[in-house]
Design a protein. Structure first.
Length: 228
């Protein structure tokens, strides 16, 4: 029996395992007769999640602590969904050879309700991941003493890829959209007090900044390394 993947194994391993689990969900869908509405939806959401996970794996700045924790939850959920669907597929195959039981899963079957519940769980997991990714402060550098700024090239490049896969913009890009391309030769956008407050960046020095780095900072992608 394979050793379960845990958070200390690292995000690349977790992403790879999550994708494998989602691919199992996709393959198993075609072994189940009936229940087309929830099954088709589950398959589509699994495909979107696979594309999103590959994107996150490729862009290091999106790999924040909270994004990683959500991917772990998706890995676990996809494992449970895949196992359930394998059982349903085996039962569906047996039903095709037992005409009195009926070959397809219909809305009045309890299995249909189970699939609907799995559909909702996968949708919620995907929506949560998307919101966390959209909240990552891509391209932000600086500190409370010298101020904060955004590297336009980093923000624009990542936002373009996120929007292409997830269909929505990074929140930081949406806020700064009107100032992109106006930062001069350095292509840097200086964040003002309103930006700093809106984004939840620290405005004090000393120990409170270190406390911020270990909480909000790791959630949004701002760490000591990114400030340098």
């Amino acid at each position: 029996m394979p050793t379960p993947v845990t958070l200390p194994d690292g995000l690349p391993t977790i992403i790879t395992t999550a994708i494998t689990n989602l691919e199992t969900v996709q393959r198993t869908r075609y072994g189940i007769s009936g229940a087309n509405e929830p099954l088709d939806f589950i398959s589509v959401q699994a495909n979107i999640l696979i594309r999103s996970l590959l994107l996150i794996k490729d862009i290091h700045s999106l790999q924040t602590m909270r994004v990683g924790e959500q991917i772990y939850q998706i890995m676990d959920l996809a494992s449970r969904l895949g196992a359930s669907m394998l059982v349903i597929a085996a039962d569906s195959s047996r039903r095709t050879t037992t005409p009195l039981e009926g070959p397809e899963i219909t809305p009045d079957n309890y299995v249909y309700g189970h699939l609907q519940a799995m559909k909702g769980q996968l949708q919620e997991a995907k929506d949560t991941l998307f919101e966390l990714v959209r909240s990552v402060l891509v391209g932000v550098s600086g500190n409370p003493k010298d101020g904060f700024w955004v590297i336009e090239e980093d923000l624009v490049g990542v936002n373009e890829r996120v929007e292409g896969v997830m269909g929505d913009q990074l929140r930081l890009f949406a806020r700064l959209r009107g100032r992109i391309g106006k930062g001069g030769e350095d292509l840097v956008i200086e964040l003002d007090d309103a930006d700093i407050e809106h984004l939840g960046l620290p405005r004090v020095l000393g120990d409170l900044v270190e406390q911020w780095r270990t909480t909000v900072g790791v959630e949004t992608g701002i760490t000591r390394e990114s400030e340098q």
